[in-house]
Design a protein around this ligand. Structure first.
Ligand code: PA5
Length: 447
């Protein structure tokens, strides 16, 4: 099997080859700190060897649970926020038909998401959609206490029980949560739901290869064995003993930190296939939550090209020169569409007749790369031979490993997220949650 490929030469000219090569020592040290557990946040390193620790019995168990839901549900609602849903959605969207929900000859349930917002209309419309439908729920929350998913679960559990009865509902609800703590664990034990554990040492945003991601992906009908295999292979490729020159995670971490030092404060993840939109959303959480602290960190942004070339393209070409791009490029699409010839040729497109649409897309990609370099935007590229489970598995682990190394180069703890608590405290104070009386008083005085 091939590997996904990192290409960094289009960053040189903005930062020198030598300055990036000089990261060899510091990336080796960072990689060593991860593997030896000597760095910051070393109680959250469960993701590091997660792929190789997944055994046959676990995969079989996840597949069995997936089969139960696949056999009994038209719709499965994945409830979770942040790391508890983005990884699954990234993979499922990347592998699904773009018009999935309209397919009539479905072999898999429709996967929908809840608990990732508090939009009342969203929840109302979801409840309407689920009326008279055979549906199941996977409730995913590491802490088991996050407001958004807890609220959605309360609503949808009640609806399921009203529609199916309490007994039948128990078989259609799966909880993925902490081993022993939290409201979701307590409820799951009480009700006898099937459960999966999110280990203490795996943070939400590094949990896609745990049941958090694997179960929804298997329910959607995708091959979790190939996904894990891709991740296992990348775990080897980016391992402790891999020299810097052969370690794409170390090189990506190095070049983005050198670009950051040179004033490139924003990294834009670019794709040319709309299916990859949520890979970018997953990546934004991974890098944003891991590195954005202590007044440091590259701001992770994302665009879908060529769509956004007609909107954000202007800013990227000529706006403030504080950005660099990382392009996810897929070598070979899974389907072929040829441009037809047209006798009248009113649109003037006959020069493309007989060519694949992907050839047009690839030339847009190359043309954009050259234009953006001319415009002062360094470009990195990650090439995927194809969009399938195996290469996505490689890509996910590659980004996780690079994020750990990159965070250590930056000198922060890439595995905590203290800043996420600030809004929660205010929200609870404003909602007058019991236990927040002092905060309520303080916040009311500010209004
Ligand atoms: O990366 C993280 O740990 C967080 O962003 C979580 O994924 C998110 O807040 C959801 O938390 P939980 O799974 O505890 O409900």
């Amino acid at each position: 099997m091939e590997n996904i490929k990192l290409i960094i030469d289009k960053a040189f000219g903005f930062v020198s080859k030598e300055s990036v090569a000089n990261y060899k020592l510091v990336t080796n040290e960072a990689n060593k700190a991860l593997h030896q557990g000597t760095g910051k946040g070393n109680d959250f390193l469960g993701w590091l060897n997660l792929p190789t620790s997944i055994d046959e019995a676990h995969l079989q168990d996840v597949e069995n649970t997936a089969k139960i839901l696949r056999d009994n549900c038209e719709v499965v609602v994945v409830i979770g926020i942040g790391g508890s849903y983005l990884g699954a959605k990234a993979v499922i969207d990347s592998l699904s038909n773009s018009f999935d929900w309209l397919q009539t000859d479905r072999k898999s349930p429709v996967i929908v998401y809840a608990g990732q917002n508090i939009g009342e209309d969203y929840l109302y419309e979801l409840q309407e959609l689920l009326k008279n439908k055979k549906f199941g729920i996977i409730s995913i929350s590491k802490s088991g206490t996050t407001t958004e998913p807890a609220l959605a679960f309360r609503l949808l559990k009640t609806q399921l029980e009203n529609q199916q009865g309490k007994d039948a509902s128990r078989k259609l609800i799966v909880a993925v949560t902490d081993k022993e703590r939290g409201a979701l664990r307590t409820l799951a034990v009480q009700e006898g739901y099937k459960t999966y554990v999110i280990e203490d040492n795996i943070g939400g945003r590094y949990s896609v290869l745990s049941p958090v991601g694997l179960l929804p992906i298997a329910i959607a009908g995708f091959d979790i064995r190939q996904l894990v295999k891709g991740a296992v292979d990348m775990e080897g490729t980016c391992g402790l003993n891999t020299p810097y020159e052969n370690n794409p995670a170390a090189q990506y971490a190095a070049v983005r930190n050198e670009l950051y030092k040179s004033g490139k404060k924003i990294e834009i993840l670019v794709n040319y296939h709309p299916k990859l939109h949520f890979v970018s959303e997953w990546w934004k959480q991974l890098y944003g939550e891991s590195e954005g602290k202590e007044n440091l960190g590259i701001f992770p942004a994302a665009v879908d090209f060529t769509t956004d070339l007609h909107s954000m393209g202007q800013w990227i070409q000529e706006g403030e020169r504080t950005i660099f791009e990382t392009v996810i490029s897929v070598n070979e699409p899974n389907n072929k569409v040829l441009v037809p010839s047209d006798e009248a040729n009113l649109d003037g497109l006959n020069f493309l007749a007989g060519k694949r649409v992907d050839e047009v897309n690839k030339m847009a990609e190359l043309g954009t790369l050259l234009a953006h370099i001319d415009g002062g935007v360094p470009n990195l590229k990650i090439e995927l031979p194809k969009l399938n489970e195996y290469y996505l598995g490689q890509l996910l682990y590659f980004f996780e490993k690079a994020c750990g190394i990159s965070g250590y180069i930056l000198g922060i703890n890439p595995f905590d997220q203290p800043g996420v608590e600030a809004y929660k405290k205010n929200m609870f104070a404003l909602l007058e949650k019991p236990g927040f009386e002092e905060a309520t008083k303080a916040i009311k005085a500010r209004l």
